[in-house]
Write a protein that binds this ligand. Structure first.
Ligand SMILES: C[S@@+](CC[C@H](N)C(=O)[O-])C[C@H]1O[C@@H](n2cnc3c(N)ncnc32)[C@H](O)[C@@H]1O
Length: 399
């Protein structure tokens, strides 16, 4: 990924040479270029600001240096490539994990660090209209900083750590706060019993030492809910109030693989119980295997408040192209029973190519809930064992 940052304090960006982001730069995963706005001035004092029209306190950044700096950045792109321009500002859209994921998909980002009272508004128009850039004003939070540099440090770190190869263990990204709409559970390390200098002994919650992974997962989930309710009730609200009308079904992106892995594990635990087996691919697949599935199937996802809450995938049967295979229909356990699954199934059916004669599904022989849903949607169980051991196939003729 290419990152260009324009600032009057280029040294402010020096921390991006440290730690994992610095290593990613040295490994060639990130090409970060920092430009001094004052290099694009033409007066003796290298001035970048002037008094505001209409009066008022403070200074405003002049359009000319910004226009030249941005044109310089754009001119470095080969073959007509253009960066997406991010302008940090307290009046922008909030910077969230969902936006970080969106930006991590971009091949090239440019950041314009404002100072003083901000940048002359005509620079935004120039960037969009004359340079043809997608311009996004993005806020780090509801407070005012002195300049955009701190915001850029935060945004670059949040985006870059999502790029493949930047964090050693990609699975460590899966359960973090904000990845699925909840805050992370409390974490502990050795010793199991720790005595502070005041002589107070504090023990790690016993369940974490039990070795019972089901109990640990349940405890952690409960902690996430309690912590989110206590600190960020606004996050719980967006999922709790979700209805089928709020659905926006979009194509899955490679960056969704980690969240999809978590969601499918959560969704297929019930299947494992109902069918008395854990030998079910959606429960066992790694993030890499899920990512490979995204290349082999068309996959769609639904998000609520940034959290991935549902998905389905489909493709033409490799040996029978008139059959449209639908699979991995999943809805987060806390949001089932609201029609999201039916809407996802209808969406997958609607994407079938014109030569399709029938839709195909497969589910566990004892997955009563799935079988009920599929029968209601017009699918009929086919005689005999399904494509996989312990499963049945279902078909529905296309009208
Ligand atoms: C003092 S601020 C300008 C604030 C502006 N007059 C206003 O009230 O919206 C100077 C610069 O700091 C940056 N900045 C300040 N607060 C920010 C925030 N919450 N998020 C992102 N950038 C911020 C922006 O680059 C902004 O142009």
């Amino acid at each position: 990924m290419i990152l260009d940052v324009v600032s009057i304090f280029p040294d402010y960006l020096a921390p991006l040479d440290l730690s994992l982001i610095g290593k990613a730069r040295r490994d060639g995963l990130i090409d970060l270029r920092v430009h001094d706005l004052r290099d694009f001035t033409h007066d003796r004092h290298h001035s970048v600001d002037d008094t505001p029209y209409g009066g008022g306190a403070g200074m405003v950044m002049k359009p000319q240096p910004w226009a030249e700096a941005l044109a310089h950045v754009v001119a470095s792109g080969a073959g007509g490539a253009r960066p997406r321009l991010i302008v940090p500002g307290p009046g922008g859209v909030p910077f969230t994990q969902a936006l970080a994921r969106e930006l991590a998909e971009e091949p090239w980002l440019a950041f314009a660090c404002g100072r003083y009272e901000g940048i002359d508004e005509r620079v935004y128009e120039y960037a969009a209209q004359d340079l043809g850039l997608q311009v996004s004003v993005v806020s780090l939070g509801d407070y005012v900083l002195n300049g955009g540099e701190v915001a850029v440090l935060a945004m670059v770190e949040a985006v870059a750590r999502l790029l493949p190869g930047v964090i050693g263990n990609a699975e460590s990204l899966v359960e973090e706060s904000h990845e699925d709409g909840l805050l992370e559970y409390p974490v502990y390390t050795k010793p199991a019993s720790w005595e502070s200098s005041a002589g107070v002994t504090r023990a790690v919650p016993p369940v974490l030492l039990s070795g019972d992974h089901g109990a640990i997962a349940a405890w952690r989930h409960q902690q996430r809910l309690e912590r989110t309710a206590a600190r960020r009730p606004d996050l719980l609200h967006s999922s709790a109030a979700l209805t089928v009308d709020d659905l926006a079904i979009t194509s899955a992106r490679p960056a969704d693989a980690a969240e999809l892995t978590t969601l499918q594990r959560a969704c297929w635990v019930g299947e494992a119980r109902a069918n008395d087996t854990h030998d079910i691919p959606p429960l066992l697949e790694s993030v890499d295997e899920v990512a490979r599935g995204l290349q082999e199937w068309q996959t769609w996802v639904v998000r609520a408040g940034g959290r991935l809450v549902g998905s389905v995938r489909a493709r033409s049967h490799p040996d029978h192209p008139a059959v449209w295979q639908i699979g991995r229909l999943m809805v987060a356990p806390d949001l089932q029973g609201r029609g999201l699954g039916r809407a996802l199934l209808a969406h997958a059916e609607a994407q079938a190519p014109s030569g399709t004669a029938a839709y195909w599904l497969n589910t566990g022989t004892r997955s009563e809930r799935n079988l009920r849903t599929y029968r209601k949607a017009g699918y009929r169980v086919q005689p005999g064992e399904g494509t996989f051991a312990g499963t049945v196939d279902l078909l529905k003729r296309r009208r």
